[in-house]
Design a protein around this ligand. Structure first.
Ligand SMILES: Nc1ncnc2c1ncn2[C@@H]1O[C@H](COP(=O)(O)OP(=O)(O)OP(=O)(O)O)[C@@H](O)[C@H]1O
Ligand SMILES: [Mg+2]
Length: 357
């Protein structure tokens, strides 16, 4: 099973510029999580911090009992072997063909024979749909192919933690659907802990078990997918719906006056880009391709989420309960009508800022 990643009070700055502060979250073992956030909010910096490529000034990142922020170089090297990382730009070596690029971690970190290396590389390349492109150089293929080659390379060491920085950027909608399925299938097969950064709302709604969002140098929320998908936080709603109106501006966050002016303009009947299609709400999660084992994370997550159900906002509670089968409802002793209630199930304070769930 994949390992748990515990992040506590993490703060990262470059000089005087604080990228984010006090980020606290747990990536549950073997579950798939997605991190959203406008451009420049430090999502890539977060992933690079998780693998120890960047050093946060404060806080902890604990994996297998080791705090990556403070451990020795030797320990860090050991922990890094647990990771498979797909960087935003693919980070392929330009002078090596795809085969050698994908084989690189195997040749570097293992003593496998060339025959074994070949078998593993071809298996991963087939998985991402790159059979026949082994001899091509990164400069000779499309951006989407480079992404997939980067993903194949991230998978060769059978990682326990997979980090993917915008795996879908530059892919067409059909390839993106295949990629989403691939990540879910992969999770079913190897039960790795997966964190995906994406701007793709369909991916965010259908792939992960957990969803989070970075904004204004903070983690706005992180927890079961149902919480963010039913949230009425303005920044979350604006992001999920791709609207101009809301706290997110073109370069930085907007001031109050601009927001008020925009709202008045809209309320006066002026359109805000494409018609509103409110994407709030929980939709069914992708399942592994028939024939594959079920995802172990699903059962574990259900137990975990049901145990904290009373701490979640009412709309998220309803979304979770609505997705239970009748057997699960009786297993968790959920009242038959609970999913259809309109009022709050159990009123409780909900930690809006980066609550650990
Ligand atoms: N090595 C670095 N040195 C100095 N500043 C950096 C460094 N890396 C990133 N930054 C700054 O950190 C901020 C966050 O960058 P990051 O690449 O993490 O954003 P992002 O959320 O991944 O954006 P996008 O969605 O566009 O990929 C930016 O202002 C960037 O300029
Ligand atoms: Mg980025």
């Amino acid at each position: 099973m994949g390992v748990e990643v515990v992040v506590e009070g993490l703060t990262k700055s470059f000089g005087k510029q604080t990228i984010w502060r006090d980020v606290t979250l747990t990536l549950p073992p073997g579950e798939v999580s997605v991190m959203l956030g406008p451009s420049g909010t430090g999502k890539s910096v977060f992933l690079k911090s998780l693998v120890g490529l960047l050093k946060p000034e404060q806080g902890k990142i604990v994996i297998n009992g080791v705090d990556l922020v403070r451990c020795s170089e030797h320990k860090l090297y050991e922990i890094r072997k647990l990771f498979g990382v797909l960087f935003q730009d693919g980070a392929l070596f330009g002078s090596m063909n795809l085969f050698d690029n994908v084989a690189f971690p195997l040749r570097e970190h293992t003593r496998k024979t060339e025959a074994e290396v070949r078998r593993i590389v071809l298996e991963k390349m087939e998985m991402v749909g790159l059979v026949g492109a082994e001899k091509k150089l990164p400069g000779e293929i499309s951006g989407g192919m480079r992404k997939r080659a980067g993903l194949a390379r991230a998978l060769v060491l059978d990682p326990e933690i997979i980090l993917c920085d915008e795996p879908d950027s530059g892919l067409d909608p059909v390839r993106t659907a295949y990629l989403s399925q691939l990540l879910i299938d992969l999770n079913a097969q190897i039960d790795a802990t997966i964190l995906i950064v994406t701007h793709n709302i369909t991916v965010a709604r259908t792939v992960p078990d957990n969803l989070g969002m970075l904004f204004r140098r903070e983690l706005v929320m992180f927890g079961p997918r149902e919480v963010l998908l039913t949230s009425d936080e303005p920044v979350v709603e604006q992001f999920l719906n791709g609207r101009r109106i809301g706290p997110i501006g073109m370069s930085e966050e907007k001031d109050q006056a601009t927001m008020a002016a925009e709202l008045a303009h809209r309320e006066a009947g002026h359109a805000d880009g494409p018609p509103d299609e409110d994407v709030r709400g929980v939709v069914p999660q992708l399942e592994p391709t028939p024939g594959l084992p079920p995802r172990g994370a699903v059962r574990r997550r259900k137990d975990r989420v049901m145990s904290i159900l009373h701490t979640l906002p009412p709309e998220a509670q309803q979304g979770i309960i609505a997705s239970l089968t009748p057997e699960e409802r009786s297993h968790y002793r959920v009242m038959a009508d609970a999913g259809d209630r309109t009022g709050p199930i159990t009123p409780s304070p909900w930690p809006r800022q980066g609550g650990v769930l």
